[in-house]
Ligand binder design. Structure first.
Ligand code: NAG
Ligand code: NAG
Length: 417
């Protein structure tokens, strides 16, 4: 309304300002995001007639990145747990050949079902052979890696993964990750685990185990009489360490040909996205990436001005990673509780099962992010579709919509509008 009024003033039409719609203090238009990280302002906790300046210290960089924490829309209310963690705030672990930083319940207590790790490996660098008691789902951010695993059935899989592709290892299955030298810059990727209390520092490492088994037992176990064969086992874990890149041809790296019934990698980068009115989506779950029984995901692109529509996931906890662009998300936690958060590339979000939410592109570039779910099947409920397919008299009785408004609601799920 405010925009229309300004426009009418601009074209010289006489028009008196309309009465405020929601509250006597704040015009409805003023619930927009008030600034962004690049704004050249000193941000203040002021919205319309509400709030006042900060006269104590500012942390300007953090305040610029979180406009809806400092000056929330008046539709926000009550208490909602923190749903944002930038990887930039994670304590990093630096190693020769790379680094790793993590997010789990220690830093983000609401995220009980899923945890994440951001890892970098220089060309040839290895994330030591290991296993853990959670499933691992991975998304390549840049570069190329070679992964390998052996299953409880004794089947083997070795495969390569590039930007936008995935791998998955079930809980307890041993695996390796090594950066290739295809782009000459190694690799960076995301790891997501189906437990919020996962810790990257508490995985089962090959060297760590063997450093804690008597050599005589190793000799008996491997059927090797010469104890000197074990002289070079490191005393401490290697974790991330440099090595020569693997041969470009993956078959050279196979002891025997791959013989798992299904692959443990998935070329999501080669999947054609489904176009939607405001962007596009790629859904990947156990219906297409068969082995991924505990984790599913959607890669979402939202064009400038677009929005991932109001929706919720019936039983699936959601872990978000923002790849690029800027986003505004309001999370509705029932009982009149709702908070709005702002995200940008490198930030993590979390939405507990059934909490209503939307994801709006508030930037000037395409917003790209991942929705990762602690479930083998992706499911969501679209608010618009629900209202469009419910007897209209019921919808009118609740929301006071006119027949004309109801007729405009899409009966098809749109995902991004
Ligand atoms: C990666 O490839 C480039 C170009 O071939 C080469 O110069 C560089 O030494 C390689 N890096 C490693 C770690 O082998
Ligand atoms: C988008 O561009 C406009 C006009 O150049 C600018 O005022 C605004 O701050 C930009 N927004 C973002 C999120 O960069």
């Amino acid at each position: 309304m405010l925009i229309l009024w300004r426009l009418l003033i601009f074209v010289g039409v006489t028009y008196s300002a309309p009465a405020p719609i929601i509250s006597p203090d704040v015009d409805v238009d003023e619930n927009l995001q008030l600034w962004n990280a690049e704004s050249n302002i000193v941000p203040q906790p002021i919205r319309g007639n509400l709030g006042s300046t900060i006269v104590g210290p500012h942390n300007k960089a953090v305040e610029l990145q979180n406009p809806d924490l400092l000056a929330p829309p008046t539709t926000d209310n009550g208490q909602v747990q923190n749903m944002k963690w930038p990887f930039a705030l994670s304590h990093n672990r630096l190693a020769k050949g790379g680094w790793a930083r993590q997010q789990n319940v220690d830093v983000m207590p609401v995220a009980t079902a899923l945890a994440g790790v951001n890892m970098r490996l220089e060309p040839g660098a290895i994330r030591e052979m290991h296993w853990h008691n959670t499933a691992e789902w991975a998304y390549m951010l840049k570069g190329d890696v070679r992964v390998s695993t052996v299953t409880p059935e004794g089947h083997v899989f070795v495969g390569d993964v590039s930007e936008g592709d995935l791998w998955y290892f079930p809980a307890g299955n041993p695996h390796s990750i090594q950066a290739k030298n295809t782009t000459r810059d190694g690799a960076e990727f995301l790891l997501i685990f189906d437990s919020g209390s996962f810790s990257e520092d508490a995985t089962f490492l090959l060297t760590d185990w063997l450093a804690h088994v008597p050599k005589e037992v190793l000799a008996k176990n491997f059927g090797i009489k010469d104890l000197h064969a074990f002289d070079h086992i490191p005393e401490k874990e290697l974790y991330i360490f440099p090595a020569s890149p693997p041969p470009e041809d993956v078959e050279i790296d196979m002891v025997i040909p791959n013989n798992t019934p299904n692959p443990y990698t998935f070329r999501l980068s080669k999947v054609k996205p489904r176009k939607t009115p405001g962007g596009s989506v790629k859904v990947v779950d156990s219906r297409t990436f068969t082995v991924s029984e505990k984790i599913s995901a959607v890669e979402v692109s939202v064009e400038v001005g677009g929005m991932r529509e109001l929706h919720w996931h019936p039983t699936q906890p959601e872990w978000n990673y923002f790849i690029s662009g800027e986003a505004r998300v309001t999370i509705f936690a029932s009982s009149a509780n709702a908070h709005t958060f702002n995200y940008r590339g490198g930030d993590i979000g979390y939405v507990p099962p059934s909490f209503g939410h939307y994801v709006e592109n508030t930037g000037n570039t395409t917003l790209k992010f991942l929705e990762v779910f602690g479930s083998g099947l992706f499911e969501d409920i679209s608010l618009t579709q629900w209202l469009a397919l419910t007897p209209p008299a019921l919808v009118k009785a609740h929301l006071g919509f006119s027949s004309k408004t109801i007729a405009k609601l899409s009966k098809m799920k749109q995902e991004v509008v």
